[in-house]
Write a protein that binds this ligand. Structure first.
Ligand code: MEZ
Length: 556
């Protein structure tokens, strides 16, 4: 749907102030950045993470007493999808050296490096290989490649500052020092990065970066990364990919070592036992939990399954009290609701402006601060713009980009979004986009060390399911980097572990039995089950009529 006549009328306020804002930007006369105190104040008043309601203390598991959003707590306080006594673990359906759970960026990178160590690898993925948040990431990947002005040192400082000084130092050190090598690795595998005419890589700013180190492939960087590494994995003899089989529990042996997982076939509803000498958990994030009712940028399968099965197996959580709301999720047209409008638009100079056409925040504040400013503008100052269905948003003034960098820049640099909005009759090089914060990233997750190992022997983890790297707030472009850096490390170390430790003992679900006993002791009522596997958007009136004797949670 194109903009309605009413919205077109409101766009005139943006147009009226545009040439002055473009001129200011050309002169380097930027909207003032907030001081640290101002940032803290706006976060405390307007960021959803700081609301008291909608969160509670966990009553079970290694992090008992830890206060996290209700949506996460609901998952951790649910029973397994399977009744442990009903599962026959005496014979494995699949045996492999390394099992990788998840077919996104982290899982695929892990599989490649594990295979290079000589291991046989099975990638088990919930949907299709590549259906993951990696595929959805748009604007870029950070790495300090321009060493005349940048270095991993500056990258480190930006990550730690952006994460409110809560990041785990050795994880950040690993992230930033391996970043340039990861970009070379991608190029050698055939990734097409945006380049300058002289062959050097393009690099621009992102929110919270002190140097220009965002490297991209148009506004489909994640898709290009996923294409590259997925093709490579599909061409390796010792990597087998099994699709539509979410992992619903990890399996441990009598010594507490992880020995594989129980998979659920979405087509046939059968369970399969995979026995593996080492396992990499790379099951991704959880945007489909729609924390605090927010829309999301995440892919359909992002339901936090990895968190649940890892936590039940005894891995501690960290930083899960914060989640990331990307400042610019689409609110119009309706069909695009929640969809990521990449930060690269702001990196390329587009201002965020309110209903009066006034810029209200510097467009390069860290994401949480930028989101809080958008929420304040709409809810507190009531200077947002209402869509025909009553949603609120602020304008992202994309036409500024062509004025700053030349006609055709938006079309060339943002092909994904240009084509999408064009289909709805909106030319984003001429008309601004209406945006509002959207649930984007799980800042925290399962604890790992710099070798990608969890506290459970034989269990490694990488990507969005883990926590610690980004502290309480991730900067743009560090997630595509994190999945590759830590995916590679976890895959390599899982293969080494498999080689050194050989076959696992007898597989069991005793840890699930113990977890069930803990739930009962805490007086938590039966009923809810996790992992969720797929989100449920069924109308509650319809759901009431769907109950059958085997209806369990969200998946029948
Ligand atoms: O790192 C991200 O989340 C990312 C690249 C998002 C974006 O705005 O494009």
């Amino acid at each position: 749907m194109p903009y309605t006549p009413e919205l077109k009328e409101l766009i005139k306020a943006v147009e009226r102030t545009r040439s002055e804002r473009v001129a200011r930007k050309r002169d380097g006369d930027e909207f003032a950045m907030m001081s640290l105190d101002e940032r803290q104040a706006i976060l405390e008043r307007h960021h959803p993470d700081y609301r008291g309601e909608g969160r509670r203390s966990l009553r079970v598991g290694a992090n008992k007493g830890y206060t996290i959003p209700d949506e996460f707590a609901d998952l951790f306080e649910a029973r397994s999808r399977v009744e442990p006594d009903a599962v026959d673990l005496s014979a494995a359906d699949i045996e492999t050296d390394v099992l990788v759970i998840g077919g996104g960026g982290a899982g695929t990178a892990a599989a490649l490096l594990a295979e290079e160590q000589g291991a046989s690898v099975v990638i088990a993925t919930k949907l299709r290989h590549g259906d993951a948040n990696t595929m959805m990431a748009e604007g870029g990947i950070q790495a300090a490649t321009k060493t005349e002005k940048d270095s991993p040192y500056f990258h480190y400082l930006d990550v730690v500052g952006g994460g409110h000084f809560k990041c785990t130092p050795e994880l950040v050190r690993t992230l930033v020092t391996q970043a340039p090598d990861v970009l070379s690795w991608l190029e050698n595998l055939g990734m097409m990065f945006d380049k300058e005419p002289d062959g050097r890589m393009n690099s621009i700013h992102g929110g919270g970066t002190s140097r220009k180190r965002m490297h991209s492939a148009g506004d489909v960087t994640g898709m290009e990364i996923m294409r590259t590494i997925r093709d490579e994995a599909r061409n390796r003899d010792k990597i087998t990919v099994v699709e539509f089989v979410p992992a619903v529990e990890l399996l441990l042996d009598e010594k507490g070592r992880c020995g594989g997982a129980l998979l659920y076939n979405l087509d046939t509803e059968e369970y399969f036992v995979v026995k593996a000498a080492a396992t990499v958990l790379a099951a991704g994030g959880s945007g489909r939990l729609h924390i605090q009712g927010f829309m999301t940028t995440n892919h359909y399968g992002a339901t936090g399954d990895g968190l649940v099965i890892g936590y039940r197996a005894g891995v501690e959580l960290c930083h899960l009290h914060t989640v990331q709301y990307h400042p610019t999720g689409s609110v119009f047209p309706e069909q695009t609701e929640g969809l990521l409008i990449t930060e690269k638009f702001r990196g390329a100079g587009a201002n965020l402006v309110n209903a009066n056409g006034e810029q209200f925040v510097n467009e390069r504040e860290p994401r949480d601060v930028e989101s809080a400013a958008c929420i304040r503008e709409c809810l507190d100052r009531t200077l947002g713009v209402a869509t025909p269905t009553g949603k609120l948003g602020v304008w992202l003034d994309s036409p500024m980009i062509d004025q700053l960098s030349g006609e055709g820049t938006v079309r060339r640099e943002f092909p994904g979004k240009f084509i999408l909005f064009d289909r709805h009759g909106i030319d984003i090089s001429k008309e601004p986009m209406l945006v509002y914060p959207t649930l984007h990233y799980q800042n925290g997750g399962l604890k790992i060390d710099a070798a990608g190992a969890t506290s459970v022997p034989g269990l490694f983890a990488a990507g969005e399911v883990t926590g610690g790297i980004h502290g309480e707030n991730r900067l743009m472009g560090n997630s595509l980097l994190d999945v590759l850096v830590f995916g590679r490390i976890a895959g390599k170390n899982a293969a080494v572990f498999a080689g050194e430790h050989g076959t696992v003992g007898n597989l069991s679900l005793d840890h699930v039995r113990a977890y069930h006993r803990e739930l009962e002791a805490a007086g938590i009522a039966e009923g809810a089950v996790a992992p969720m596997v797929l989100p449920d958007y069924t109308d509650p009136r319809v759901r009431q009529r769907q109950l059958t004797s085997h209806y369990l949670g969200t998946l029948r």
